[in-house]
Ligand binder design. Structure first.
Ligand SMILES: NC(=O)c1ccc[n+]([C@@H]2O[C@H](COP(=O)([O-])OP(=O)(O)OC[C@H]3O[C@@H](n4cnc5c(N)ncnc54)[C@H](OP(=O)(O)O)[C@@H]3O)[C@@H](O)[C@H]2O)c1
Length: 211
């Protein structure tokens, strides 16, 4: 499976403020690029905290040319929270909930695909389910930092698209592009810059993860 991520970060590497929740750092161009990247994916995957901050469909802009609905998947240990709203009703997406053994996975509307892992889920398990059950060949990970770190740690993330936004957010504990337990210096992941584009004070970067 091809897996790539897309994240808008402040110059100090944050993807959210210390309060958490949804904060849009990017410009209209960042949102346009996000739509283009989504158009290249069969599925978008987010972690439970990102979903709760923005429980909305994640689709490309404009008319869809895909032959089937786009998978919008959420990985959760506890259960995602909301059971109603546009995410669960949007005609262009197939909502998929990927839960751990303790997750509350009851009460979702008909048409939501639910998968429970009998043991603590890994991102490899999530990829496997998406590939086998939903024919996902190209996966876009839209964060947050907890999830992106696990993909890097598992060696499953091939490309990162990063928009560096002209903001300083600060706040110890505010989510960053990759959080988790972190890598020791000797295994900190190495990247190759594939492309860079500047528009105004914003930078659009594409990095490939080196083996
Ligand atoms: N600027 C951007 O581009 C951008 C992009 C994405 C997100 N964000 C922001 O980032 C913040 C959230 O990021 P975050 O790093 O705190 O959290 P996150 O990665 O979005 O979500 C973490 C949650 O994902 C679930 N999860 C992660 N790994 C799991 C596993 N192996 N098995 C089962 N469930 C797993 C758990 O959900 P449960 O808690 O449901 O159990 C966990 O609490 C939000 O404020 C969001 O708005 C910003």
């Amino acid at each position: 499976m091809r897996v790539f991520s897309n994240t808008a970060v402040s110059v100090d590497g944050k993807i959210a403020t210390r309060e958490g929740g949804h904060a849009a750092f990017g410009s209209p161009e960042d949102r346009r690029v996000m739509g283009l990247l989504r158009a290249h994916a069969d599925a978008v995957l987010v972690g439970g905290r990102t979903f709760r901050a923005w429980p909305l469909p994640l689709v490309e802009a404009g008319p869809s040319r895909r032959p089937r609905r786009m998978v919008n998947a959420v990985l959760t240990r506890t259960g995602v929270g909301p059971r109603a709203g546009r995410f669960f009703e949007h005609p262009r997406i197939l909502p998929v909930i990927l839960g751990g053994p303790e997750a509350d996975l009851d009460g979702f509307p008909a048409g939501v695909a639910i998968h429970r892992c009998p043991v603590a889920p890994t991102v490899a398990w999530a990829c496997d389910v998406l590939e086998r059950a939903h024919r996902v060949r190209t996966l876009l990970v839209e964060g947050g930092g907890d999830l992106v770190f696990q993909f890097l740690d598992a060696g499953l993330l091939q490309d990162l698209y990063v928009t560096v936004c002209p903001r300083i957010v600060g706040g110890a504990g505010a989510s960053t592009l990759a959080d988790g337990k972190g890598f020791p210096p000797e295994t900190a992941r190495r990247l190759r810059l594939m492309s860079a584009r500047r528009l105004g004070s914003e930078l659009f970067l594409h990095y490939r993860v080196l083996a």
